[in-house]
Design a protein around this ligand. Structure first.
Ligand SMILES: *Cc1c(COP(=O)(O)O)cnc(C)c1O
Length: 425
């Protein structure tokens, strides 16, 4: 590894005092496409995927990229070409997968609030599986399928009630969460599903949270799920595939999540020990495939020294990078061309009219207006959560592949942001 590589960011490194992604100077990207702009490394995405593929070598597995992490068509295309299926949570995501060249039979449809229209769209296309999250959804899906003369393939998302030890907003497998059916009533819900003529039970799934940095919650959830598979099959309902969800964390700020292959060696050892190693497996990773493949480049607009705080005001904001405002999340922020000399303590903030519009607090930086900064680990849950708040056009996105830079989304113009709106006569 290059000595100038940044921790957790193997695809970016300083070369001759300028930050590069693969073989491209990021300053050139900022100059050509303007700021803010997101840059993603194709090699970093494929190497994150390769870690999972190594971990599962010799197993029956379908990796379904949880596309809500980053749903740009070109990003989906990279994963579709690499053999991934997709975990979707809306009819809109379904349309995106198809536009990017994904195949319906490798799609699984998650989410607590699927509408009849979304169910119908997915059934007509022949998606691989509905991950059903409640009894009410089972009944409605059965009804929609019968009306279409189809059988809906279903898996029940079971809530294993394990604590993933992550931020409460991204913990999803505890009793108080809105997700999944309760562990205690799962067998009964499976019997109900098996009795409904419009449904075909094909699997079981769980997803306990996001940005998980320890193996223990996964090992505990696996035990709980395998206990249930035993009970459900004993009650006469065969389970074809077992889906362990996503959630593996990345290194934002010295975080030390297990590598995907190491984690899965441990999990597969448990699966083998319990006699389930030969089963068809599925996983739904999102963040861990794209999070550290991306950066957001942003220019310093003004430096604003204050009585209590010094502010570094940049042209990216909470509408581009919502994670700090939403989860108090940390992103490393580094200059594209470091200056010699002393740093000062600054809050890096955006131009949006909210005090919650900060990107990084109490950072040591030596920067001036006109410098370009890179906000790191910005490949997941940034652009896909971006909004037009303050009528800010969403940023441009590029995909970097070796020395090539592909524009994969143009910067939204002001006019783009009001497409679809109408004046009254
Ligand atoms: C968001 C989500 C994922 C992906 O989570 P990551 O933390 O990004 O890996 C997987 N499955 C379901 C059901 C999800 O909602």
């Amino acid at each position: 590894m290059n000595a100038n590589t940044l921790p957790g960011q193997p695809h970016i490194a300083y070369q001759a005092n300028t930050l590069c992604m693969e073989d491209v100077k990021l300053a050139d990207v900022a100059a050509q496409y303007g700021t803010p702009v997101f840059a993603y490394s194709k090699a970093a995405m494929l190497s994150a995927l390769a870690a999972y593929q190594r971990g599962f070598a010799g197993r029956k597995v379908q990796i379904c990229y949880a596309m809500k992490a980053n749903s740009n068509l070109a990003v989906l295309q990279v994963f579709a070409k690499a053999g991934c299926g997709f975990d979707i949570v809306s009819g809109g995501e379904l349309a995106r997968v198809l536009a990017a060249g994904g195949t319906p039979d490798k799609i699984i449809f998650s989410g607590v609030g699927k509408t009849r229209a979304e169910m119908q769209q997915a059934l007509e296309l022949g998606i691989g599986c509905f991950n059903v999250e409640s009894e009410a959804e089972l009944e409605v899906l059965n009804d929609v399928a019968l009306k279409l003369g189809k059988k809906a393939p279903v898996s029940l998302r079971v809530n294993p009630n394990v604590d993933p030890k992550t931020h409460p907003y991204i913990s999803t497998g505890l009793k108080g969460n809105k997700f999944g059916v309760a562990h205690e009533s799962a067998v009964q819900t499976y019997l109900r599903a098996a009795a409904l003529p419009g449904l075909a039970v094909v699997g079981i799934d769980c997803h306990i949270g996001s940005q998980i940095t320890e193996a223990t919650p996964y090992l505990d959830a696996m035990d709980r799920i395998l206990d249930l598979v035993t009970d459900i099959e004993a009650a006469g309902v065969p389970i074809h595939h077992i889906d362990f969800g996503g959630g593996l964390g990345i290194d934002y700020n010295g975080d030390t999540p297990p590598a995907a292959d190491t984690l899965w060696q441990q999990l597969l050892a448990k699966l083998d020990a319990r006699g389930y190693g030969h089963r068809q497996l599925m996983i739904e990773p999102g963040r861990s495939l794209v999070g550290n493949a991306g950066v957001c480049l942003s220019e310093v607009v003004f430096m604003k020294p204050g009585e209590q705080k010094n502010f570094c005001i940049i042209d990216a904001a909470m509408n581009d990078l919502p994670r700090p405002a939403m989860y108090q999340a940390f992103h490393q922020i580094v200059p594209l061309t470091p200056r010699a000399g002393a740093t000062t303590l600054v809050d890096v903030v955006g131009p949006v009219c909210e005090s919650g519009d900060w990107i990084g607090r109490d950072r040591q930086l030596n920067v001036q207006a006109g410098d370009t900064l890179a906000v790191l680990s910005a490949g997941a849950y940034c652009m896909s959560m971006a909004s037009n708040y303050n009528t800010r056009g969403r940023a441009a996105e590029v995909l970097i592949d070796g020395h090539q830079v592909h524009l994969i989304r143009h910067r939204e113009t002001a006019a783009d942001t009001f497409v679809g709106e109408h004046l009254v006569p």
